[in-house]
Design a protein around this ligand. Sequence first.
Ligand SMILES: Nc1nc2c(ncn2[C@@H]2O[C@H](COP(=O)(O)OP(=O)(O)OP(=O)(O)O)[C@@H](O)[C@H]2O)c(=O)[nH]1
Ligand SMILES: [Mg+2]
Length: 625
Amino acid sequence: MRHIILGTAGHIDHGKSSLVKALTGIDPDRLKEEKLRGITIDLGFADLKFDDLTVGIIDVPGHERLIKNMLAGTGSVDIVVLVIAADEGVMPQTIEHLAICNMLGCKAGIVALTKSDLVDSEFLQLVHDEVSDFIKGTFLDDFNTIIAVSVKTGENIELLKSKIQELSKKIKPKSTGGLFRLPIDRVFTLKGFGAVVTGTVISGSIKTDEMIEILPKGITCKVRGVQSHGSFMDKTSAGQRAALNLQGVDKDDIIRGDVVSAANVFKVTDKLDTLLTLLKGSPPLKNRATIHLHIGSSEVIARVIIYDKTVINSEESAFCQLRLSSPIVALNGERFIIRRISPLQTIGGGIVLDPFPIRRKKTKGLDDLNIYYKGELKDKLHEKIKNYGLIGMEISELKIFINEDTQIINNAIDKLSKNGLIIKIDTTIFDKETLTSLYKDIESKLREFHKKYPLKEGMPKEALKGLFLSVENKLFFKILSLDNEIIIEKEYVRLRQFKQTQTGIDVVMTAKILELLKNAEFNPLTKKEIAETIIMKENQVWDILKYLALQGQIIRINDSIYLEKGAFDKMMTAIKEFSKEKKDISVAEFRDLIGTTRKYALPLLEYLDTNKITLRVGDGRKILI
Ligand SMILES: Nc1nc2c(ncn2[C@@H]2O[C@H](COP(=O)(O)OP(=O)(O)OP(=O)(O)O)[C@@H](O)[C@H]2O)c(=O)[nH]1
Ligand SMILES: [Mg+2]
């Protein structure tokens, strides 16, 4: 079953609601006041069912003061029926409504010349010609379907129906493969059921008992029941009109313009980078002007920051940032309308390019916005990933950046990854070039460090991390590990190329220290004593000791005591020899065995314990080798 949304448009009293009633048998004017005054005040709904197609109809008010309500319904429309009364022809809201539909990116439509019973055929021909001229250059021109109808005589009502059916077949239905979203256009309570919201499902699908979220407030609640086109269902999908009975939320906490979405998926935003276009005849729009923004079924006040101009004139376009008075849900590719605050007037519209813009550097230029506007999906995604630099972008964030099927986004990400343009680390994606330049920076920092501290085995991890604060903490070392030139060993990071070298003074000092330890054999000087003997800072001595230990020339017993390798080997041989005779050894026996003092015997035995050469039993040791 295909699902298409049709919207009416046109001047007040031109017969929109009467036509909907003639087509469907349903009177879309549901309010008492509407019946009383004979005009449509708020959105009305009906549906037209064919064998394999359901057309959900949204009937809008034509009154110039009710454009706001019209806009809440027109955002989700696939086919527009522009209603023009044959006896009046094109009128102000005919022009305004068509301009709005055009700006919102409506792709298909039909003109219904209503009240054909009120004019003769000659007059009808004149109006027909006038309308034909009027729709030139708009989306309606492509279809050039102008049908004279009358609800009084029933003329061409069936023809119009079949044209709607025909046109619906040519339309790409809204995709069910995206994340669930339904901009709310009505909220009410049903006795015994609680809060009910209605709207057009513009993406994805939802089932009874699923959890949803109402944005921007972030209220999560449960779908208790789903109704679509008059029947209870288990599920409702993109393209359908739906009423959701919600459990766990108060009606008064929801308003038109809120969005029902899959729970914990979307993020709201109060800044949008956009391409804005002014309508013909609209007054110039200055930088920092405030306007009404209509997007989805919502309306918010926004300030327009024009990026590369001080003013936008009628029929001109410009990249702008809209700063919103309250947050909304928006995605790349979505259309919107802007209206002047006073006098209230539709002045233009546009397309959302980046719903999550980050602070723009003055020198950056606007190339990224051009890509968000015209680029292919994979280029848009890549640009956004680049845009987030070292922050990296979560895959889940890309799915709420762009209005596209989840699977198609996944495929585009895979393609970028296969082409080596992006790198995935866990669920975060980075631009390859950004990482390459990060690696260059890190390598140069390490090179500097190695030059300054040739005896250190590398830069302490945390010190290095501290130089790159913009990189996500938990990902920093994962990112590093992907660079072949960099080695992470325990607490240190070094260049693969780096070989510990020594400067002139160190060669002399290193030889001196080695000599001291060699001569001292089992009575080695402690780190502190060495520093005092050769007059050097204790820390520098320590660097040399660590270096010699790394080279295998001395053995670290603890941070302060080191044995020369020859002495160490001698000790090991002595223990082995001793153990042939006797498996137990006391501290005193060990001291005498290697000819040292108690000061060294104890730490040496502790070292042997730690390395499982001896095992402490009471005051003595058991030899394990
Ligand atoms: N003679 C004649 N009158 C019609 C026809 N269609 C509508 N009307 C009359 O025109 C008036 C306005 O019709 P509506 O259908 O309420 O017009 P609308 O476009 O919905 O008006 P708004 O919603 O207020 O913008 C009503 O009195 C209708 O009876 C028609 O085909 N022939
Ligand atoms: Mg009406």
